[in-house]
Design a protein around this ligand. Structure first.
Ligand code: ATR
Length: 280
């Protein structure tokens, strides 16, 4: 792939901490190349305390950016406009810069559901256990609730899960439960979703749930993709669960973000080819 830039090149970036593990540049630069855009996508490590100053730099130098751990909620304070879906779930993963006017979007939920579609899994009306209550959890949760799933949330900081429940219960009455202890798990769930960074490099020996509980789930979905098979997914596989890693979601949230920045759609055949290359 041509990695050179010139005076006309439009720059995009991923902002997070850490970001060095990310494969978003590979995906985004492949999409830009397929669309024949003179654009480049890089990563920028931004510590939480530096986000405000970083936004000034981003406004001046980048046409758009993605936002990841731990900035998906904090970035909202610096945006001029937030689209309704991102407002509803309270998290932004994609920002478009129109001459200094920043608009926030959330494409995580789209990526998450598209991943299920690709695997021919129908997610409507399912019983789900969701681990985590951060920015990624918010997008996933909203999508599940909109698909009439009953969702139980467990998070290290229970207060964060409770606050999420208070925010969303009005729109989705009766569908959201928060538990504080693993002993409160139901006997069966259709799906377990890990939205935390537990198990991600360099902490690959960690799993967010004790292995014996995994036999209660049919599908185990880990949003982590580095390593491709986390300890959670390896243990779930051993217990006979269907497993899905974070790559399909990562790919489709990227496709949607790129469409927002470029106002152009990838041809279906090209999208499929890039998807297969990504998840291989
Ligand atoms: P993201 O935007 O990617 O979701 P985030 O908003 O920082 O990132 O959220 C990270 C999630 O992982 C949170 O649910 C966090 O739990 P807390 O709310 O208690 O902080 C969870 N998480 C991160 N490290 C964890 C750890 N070591 N043990 C348990 N949960 C952890």
């Amino acid at each position: 792939m041509d990695t050179s830039i010139n005076s006309q090149t439009k720059l995009y970036t991923l902002v997070g901490y850490p970001v060095s593990h990310s494969i978003s540049p590979v995906i985004q630069n492949s999409i830009f190349a397929a669309k024949q855009c003179n654009s480049k996508y890089i990563t920028l490590a931004v510590r939480p305390e530096s986000l405000k100053e970083a936004v000034t730099v981003l406004k001046e130098n980048f046409r758009g950016f993605n936002v990841t751990i731990p900035h998906k909620q904090a970035i909202m304070d610096y945006l001029d406009v937030i689209e309704p879906k991102a407002l509803l779930c309270g998290a932004v993963n994609t920002v478009k810069n129109d001459n200094g006017r920043l608009t926030g979007y959330n494409t995580d939920g789209y990526g998450f559901m598209k991943a299920f579609q690709k695997l021919n899994i129908e997610m409507a009306h399912k019983e789900v256990l969701l681990i985590g209550a951060g920015g990624a959890a918010r997008a996933v949760l909203c999508e599940l609730l909109q698909h009439h799933c009953s969702v139980t949330v467990i998070n290290r900081t229970e207060a964060k899960a409770k606050s999420l429940q208070r925010e969303l219960s009005g729109n989705f009455p009766g569908l959201l439960t928060v538990i504080s202890d693993w002993h409160q798990l139901q006997a069966r769930y259709d799906c377990l979703i890990n939205t935390t960074s537990l198990g991600m490099e360099p902490n690959r020996s960690v799993s967010p749930i004790d292995s014996p509980y995994l036999s209660r789930f049919s599908i185990v979905y880990d949003l982590v993709y580095n390593p491709f098979e986390t300890k959670l997914l390896a243990e779930a596989k051993r217990r006979g669960c269907m497993t899905v890693n974070g790559l399909p979601m990562l790919f489709y949230q990227a496709v949607a973000a790129n469409q927002i920045w470029t106002d152009s759609v990838l041809p279906g055949k090209t999208e499929q080819e890039l998807y297969e290359k990504t998840i291989r």
